[in-house]
Design a protein around this ligand. Structure first.
Ligand code: G6P
Length: 610
């Protein structure tokens, strides 16, 4: 969370930094700010709230210098306010920080004892104090940073500048991502490539514990101990995905509608159309070789990616007969997991930067387990550290609440479960062909589900008046219930819970009355009768039933306030269809409540602190 940019070069730093921050706004939008040299001094302009507020303030501000830093904030320490906005300036030093300084209480107390006066409540400001104090002893910015580094505990990516060295910026990291952009006559640092692709495609990825000194149009990278390091310059072939809404009112709605394409693009590289078979290509290791010996699968992720992983568990166990454990990354990394040698560790992360998922990947690698990453953002931290790669190919996802990345992940898990089943000798060619054909049909079936948009648009005004929502499902449909509840919480700020339908009688039934909506996945499968009984029980307590089923279903239609009919497909790809109505429900309820759907309060798209 938080996006940072630094620029040193002949262009107007304001333009470069604001372009970069625009691309980074998904990382946080509690406040934004810049510090840019003007007539020998850093002029600092900051604004609470979204980047647009800062743009307005900057519109009439001239800058004469060629060095500047910028920040878009997701608040950790200190409430969102202009006072707590970055950059933080102390003496001649200004800096921007993404992360959390964990020993900040001790450091702050020490600095206060020494007479430091703090103007913000942030942990970041103390780093500016430390560098400023160190500069009094070692006037060179790089030397000062190298002295301060050992004192910092926690996660950080920091860019710091010193008024007395107007041709220099120093950046360093431990945890959150930080890259260096190498231009012909200019240098850049930023949290991710999208912030820089308009200016350069030559990128150096900094690793944890590294420090870069940018001086004029050149740079040097050092270890934390000050040893010079040789770093590879990567030529990335990214194009700017500074996205537009393509005629939609919101990025999220556009991304919901892009799901047929996202699924098609995810599966396309891995399907042999002549044979209707799965061939996982470009993974980075020999899939058949590795998959044949796998005895256990771990799937680790956060948020929406975690719910996709839960669906993967049902698929893999059912088709490949390999035991699967799915974990929330922040739990996995601290629970001393047992990772037997013949395990496959699958990380799922749209951004490839989620701090807990990255830490879990490292833990698995240390245990000597093969790590396969399912990721959307190529060259992200997780992508670079994993042994194998399956790419979502979903294109840039801008809406903070993940939608098309979820669908692309499900499609990859469909393929992965088939590939694992094949390698383990658990599937027949006929079964594989049947399921591949089903997956190939999914994009056009998702198109059909998108027609429900009109229904939710009209129903939203009524739906928004319910006190709460209970989402229910069984089997592969249970994680869709969890995802539906999450979407409503994150977008509409309403109370919603996802539950395994069979568990309803063990607690949530007590919540049900006429003000409670019950959204249930009720496919026409072997558990249909059981699900129907659950719905009857909820209805008997006054619950308002919204059922999501397959095909024409008179019994469901009769007991439901609203019955939403999806194309008749079976369990393997049905979650790809079911997720569409729960996304649309949350989107339209949130819109009708007047919320900012693309940038919900308190959230960020990429969670780079734990
Ligand atoms: C944040 C986002 C979610 C996302 C989760 C995991 O919470 O708001 O939409 O599902 O992070 O992100 P990842 O990039 O690891 O999939």
């Amino acid at each position: 969370m938080c996006g940072i940019v630094g620029y040193l070069g002949p262009k107007n730093p304001k333009d470069v930094i604001m372009t970069g921050l625009k691309a980074l706004e998904y990382r946080g939008y509690d406040s934004a700010g810049v510090a840019i040299l003007h007539e020998g001094k850093f002029k600092r302009v900051r604004a609470e709230g979204k980047l647009g507020n800062l743009s307005e303030k900057l519109a009439s501000e001239p800058f004469s210098g060629h060095l500047g830093i910028g920040h878009t904030r997701w608040a950790t320490h200190g409430k969102p306010s202009e006072r707590n906005a970055h950059p933080h300036s102390v003496g001649s030093v200004s800096l921007v920080h993404n992360g959390i300084i964990e020993n900040y209480v001790e450091l702050r107390q020490e600095l206060v004892r020494e007479g430091a006066v703090f103007e913000s409540e942030t942990d970041s400001e103390l780093v500016a104090h430390l560098v400023d104090r160190q500069l009094a002893k070692t006037p060179n910015l790089l030397d000062a940073v190298l002295q301060v580094l050992p004192r910092l505990q926690g996660a950080y990516a920091i860019v710091v500048v010193n008024e007395k060295q107007p041709d220099t910026m120093v950046a360093f990291k431990n945890g959150p991502p930080l890259i260096v952009g190498v231009g012909d006559d200019a240098m850049y640092v930023a949290s991710d490539i999208q912030a820089l692709v308009n200016y350069t495609r030559r990128i150096v990825y900094l690793d944890d514990g590294e420090v870069v000194e940018v001086k004029g149009p050149s740079y040097k990278v050092f270890s934390a101990a000050g040893q010079p390091l040789q770093k590879k310059v990567n030529e990335v072939n990214w194009t700017s995905e500074v996205a537009n809404k393509g005629g939609f009112s919101h990025f999220m709605l556009k991304e919901i509608f892009e799901q047929p394409r996202a699924v098609a693009q995810a599966i396309q590289p891995h399907i042999n159309l002549a044979k209707n078979s799965v061939e996982l290509n470009g993974v980075g290791f020999d899939v058949n070789d590795v998959f044949r010996d796998i005895e256990r699968v771990f799937v680790v992720a956060c948020g929406t990616s975690y719910y996709a992983g839960l669906i993967g568990e049902y698929m893999i166990e059912r088709l490949a007969r390999v035991p699967v454990e799915v974990d929330i990354a922040s739990e996995f990394r601290y629970r001393h997991p047992v990772l037997p040698k013949n395990s496959l560790f699958i990380s799922i992360s749209q951004s490839g930067e989620t701090a807990d998922t990255l830490a879990a990947v490292r833990l698995a690698k240390q245990a000597g387990v093969k790590v396969l990453s399912i990721c959307n953002v190529r060259s992200s931290s997780i992508d670079r550290e994993a042994d194998g790669h399956l790419y979502m190919n979903a294109g840039a996802e801008v809406g903070v609440a993940s939608t098309k990345a979820f669908s692309a992940t499900l499609a990859l898990l469909n393929l992965l479960s088939l590939a694992l089943a094949k390698a383990q000798g658990q599937s027949t060619i006929e079964e594989e062909q049947k399921l591949v054909r089903q997956l190939l049909a999914a994009p056009s079936q998702i198109e059909i589900c998108l027609n429900l948009d009109k229904f939710f648009k009209e129903a939203a005004d009524k739906l928004k008046n319910y006190r709460g929502f209970l989402y229910l499902g069984r089997g592969v449909h249970y994680p869709i219930a969890l995802e539906g509840a999450l979407k409503l919480k994150e977008l509409a700020y309403m109370h919603a819970e996802g539950y395994a339908a069979g568990e309803m009688k063990h607690g949530p039934l007590a919540l049900i009355d006429k003000d409670m909506a019950v959204v249930m996945m009720v496919p026409h499968d072997e558990l249909f009768e059981k699900s129907l009984s659950n719905l009857e029980e909820a209805k008997a307590r006054g619950g308002q039933i919204i059922s999501i089923g397959t095909g024409h279903n008179p019994r469901l239609e009769e007991i439901s306030e609203h019955y939403l009919s999806l194309p008749e497909v079976d369990w393997f790809t049905l979650p790809l269809l079911e997720v569409v109505p729960v996304q649309l429900l949350a989107f339209h309820v949130a819109s009708s409540l007047g919320h900012d759907v693309d940038q919900p309060r308190n959230l960020a798209k990429s969670v780079t602190v734990e």
